[in-house]
Design a protein around this ligand. Structure first.
Ligand SMILES: [Zn+2]
Ligand SMILES: [Zn+2]
Length: 227
């Protein structure tokens, strides 16, 4: 964790607690209020709406990576923040998205989602610490956080996506978050096995792996663009 190393710099930021008197706070409380401040700033930013880049959602059938949804942009309207356990919640007709911000101090605690039409997206704000105190930064805290929330993708993760339901019903326990082994590594020295991205003409499944469809075992899959 870079937190310790940057203690001095963190303490220079009195965004949240200056009004309460910084001198009364211990080092630990000061760090804590940093993330509380980031979180409340994040809620303010998202409440104004914007274009949210959401990540792709993939799962594994054995070593084949199954594409469930692609990375895309979602228009978020202005909103009344916090619904239930979410930091922000949006209704788009047939489906909804609940957003949860996480920081090193606020991890996501997966709760069972009873409504199958609700997508649950985790957005990590952890990059804020290094980004805020980067000597080469060119914009202010608010704009950096905006970028982390709306544009970054690596910090986002679908905890649940409504489209997963179909795959869970069809493949059950076979559907996994991770492959059983690293196929690229295993096949590293084997030039004759080519991994690519394919779409099955029969069952419409899309995946990254070998050409044989992991569902219907059709070998004449169409090559598609990898993302
Ligand atoms: Zn401070
Ligand atoms: Zn197939």
């Amino acid at each position: 964790m870079p937190l310790q190393a940057r203690q001095g710099k963190v303490n220079q930021w009195h965004f949240a607690h200056s009004s309460r008197g910084a001198s009364k706070l211990t080092e630990k409380e000061c760090d804590f209020s940093f993330w509380v401040s980031v979180l409340s700033m994040a809620k303010q930013i998202i409440s104004k709406g914007g274009t949210l880049t959401v990540p792709s959602c993939t799962k594994y059938l054995g070593h084949d990576e199954i594409f469930i949804t692609d990375e895309k942009e979602v228009q978020l309207p202005e909103l009344e923040i916090e619904k239930g356990s979410f930091d922000a919640y949006y209704c788009f007709g047939k489906y909804s998205i609940g957003l949860n911000f996480t920081t090193p101090e606020k991890e996501y605690h997966a709760t069972y989602v009873s409504n199958k039409g609700v997508g649950v997206l985790e957005i990590s704000l952890s990059r804020a610490l290094n980004a805020f105190f980067d000597k080469t930064r060119r914009s202010d805290f608010k704009n950096i956080l905006k970028e982390i929330i709306f544009q970054d993708v690596d910090n986002k993760k679908w905890i649940y996506h409504p489209k997963i339901e179909y795959y869970i019903n069809r493949y059950g326990e076979r559907l996994q978050d991770k492959p059983p082994y690293d196929l690229d590594f295993v096949l590293g020295g084997m030039g004759h096995v080519r991994l690519g991205c394919y779409e099955c003409v029969h069952c419409k499944l899309r995946w990254r792996g070998i050409q044989e469809c992991p569902d219907c075992h059709n070998r004449n899959s169409q090559v598609v663009k990898c993302r």
